[in-house]
Ligand binder design. Structure first.
Ligand code: HAM
Length: 423
């Protein structure tokens, strides 16, 4: 017997009970982006590996341990994208989008990204992300706060909940972080022998990454490590306070976390993550932050950026059954077709009917020709169709309203008008 081939570990099938939900979330994202003047873009699923090394950083787990490298014909080293920000900034520079005078530049995207993580609940190897990147010569406070509001408000609207909070921190400029790192090194040095091998490597490469460690004992040690607020410059402190105050006044629940660093190297300034308050899922629904040097470091103009990405798989996990049902209902067919007449003449008419429905944007489906009327009605009910359209032996049409269990006889030529009236 031949072996069954299964999906790769850490990936998901979106079968028909999930596919429409995912599609509707991405559709809502696109609508939300457009509502906020955010331009829709798409970038390649894979990039030159050095793009991620130079942006996400080789001290991070994302590059160090989790990159999916592609084996190819040796011309170049490619990796599947482990996130979008680096690729979006590369797109921005390569296509000279900065030549447009219409600042700030706002880009919205969604799609798959890949990280070779240990699969567990809410943690996958193929992840569906949706997000926004905003670039400007100097990001003003309104744009900064607006970005965090967008981040919070889309999720609130999608999930139809007030049960969310934004965990937020300010990690300062390079100099601020350098001072913080020095003191973190002093602190962790005392504990290093009791910490995991990854943290021992992180200690050498970048002690900030230790604050991201997921090992229970290391989390305990890190909880007493120096916090960034002691090192922030006066203007950084003021900026952070203003951001927090504007968010709070805009009814966004925030929790300051002076240990929040995020797992990617390009961040400077404000960083944030979105969580469910008292929810089952303890993992972040999304994350983001400001990156002052990324565009310049990739060879672009001196511009700042801020952005965020949601984990769409996680948003799907916490979406209420009610909303899921709403989404699934959007994909139910309006009309179910059935024919008693299976002669060539009858089939010609049946095809004509399907063309009329298509031309008039009336969604429809059908059972196979072998099914009898009663099992077709059962199938139509299961698929929540509103009408059953029956082509009779004499090529007249009967339309059954499946919700009200009423019916009328009409001619083929009257179909378009009939459904126009029922809309
Ligand atoms: P990130 O925090 O690495 O940030 O990922 C954003 C979100 O993607 C996470 O909060 C989480 O919801 C989801 N996610 C990440 N990894 C996994 C996984 N293995 N399984 C399931 N969900 C996952 C970024 O990717 C940044 N590029 C965000 C950003 C945009 N910063 C600035 N602009």
């Amino acid at each position: 017997m031949s072996e069954n081939i299964t999906k790769p570990r850490g990936t998901q099938d979106f079968c028909p009970d999930k596919g429409p939900i995912y599609r509707e979330i991405t559709r809502e994202l696109d609508r939300y982006f457009t509502l906020h003047g955010i331009k829709l873009v798409d970038i390649p699923m894979f990039e030159q590996t050095k793009l991620f090394i130079r942006t996400v950083g080789d001290s991070t787990d994302v590059v160090n341990k989790e990159l999916f490298d592609l084996v190819n014909k040796g011309e170049s080293q490619y990796s599947l994208r482990p996130e979008f920000t680096a690729g979006i900034v590369r797109m921005f520079i390569e296509n000279k989008l900065y030549a447009s005078p219409d600042l700030p530049y706002k880009f919205g995207y969604h799609g798959s990204m890949f990280r070779y993580e240990r699969p567990q609940k809410g943690r996958y190897r193929e992840v569906h992300q949706g997000g926004v990147e905003i670039l400007d010569k100097k990001l003003d406070i309104f744009t900064t706060v607006d970005c965090i509001c967008l981040f919070h408000n889309f999720a609130k609207k999608l999930l139809n909940t007030d049960n969310l909070y934004v965990s937020i921190n300010h990690i300062g400029c390079d100099e601020t972080r350098e001072k913080w790192k020095q003191d973190l090194r002093k602190y962790f040095k005392k504990h290093l022998k009791n910490m995991c091998p990854d943290c021992q490597r992180r200690f050498e490469q970048n002690p900030l990454r230790i604050l991201d460690c997921k090992v229970e004992d290391d989390i305990k040690i890190a909880s007493n490590a120096p916090t960034v607020d002691q090192y922030l410059l006066k203007e950084e402190k003021n900026e952070f306070e203003l951001i927090c105050s504007l968010l709070t006044k805009n009814n966004i629940k925030i929790k300051k976390d002076p240990h929040l660093v995020r797992g990617l190297d390009y961040y400077t300034g404000v960083v944030f993550e979105l969580y469910q308050d008292n929810g089952d899922l303890q993992l972040a629904l999304g994350g983001g932050g400001k990156y002052q040097n990324l565009v310049k470091n990739l060879g672009g103009p001196d511009m700042e950026g801020i952005g965020f990405s949601y984990g769409l798989d996680r948003l799907m996990m916490v979406l209420s059954q009610e909303r899921k049902d709403d989404f699934l209902d959007k994909f139910t067919p309006e009309v179910f077709l059935f024919t008693f007449n299976k002669t060539e003449k009858g089939l010609t008419e049946y095809i004509k009917i399907s063309n009329i429905l298509e031309q008039n944007n009336i969604s429809f489906t059908y059972a196979n020709l072998d099914k009898n009327l009663s099992s077709t009605i059962k199938q139509a009910d299961r698929e929540k169709a509103k009408y059953l359209l029956i082509l009779n032996e004499d090529l007249t049409v009967t339309v059954k309203n499946l919700l009200e269990r009423t019916q009328v006889d009409i001619k083929v030529s009257e179909i378009a008008k009939y459904f126009e009236r029922t809309k």
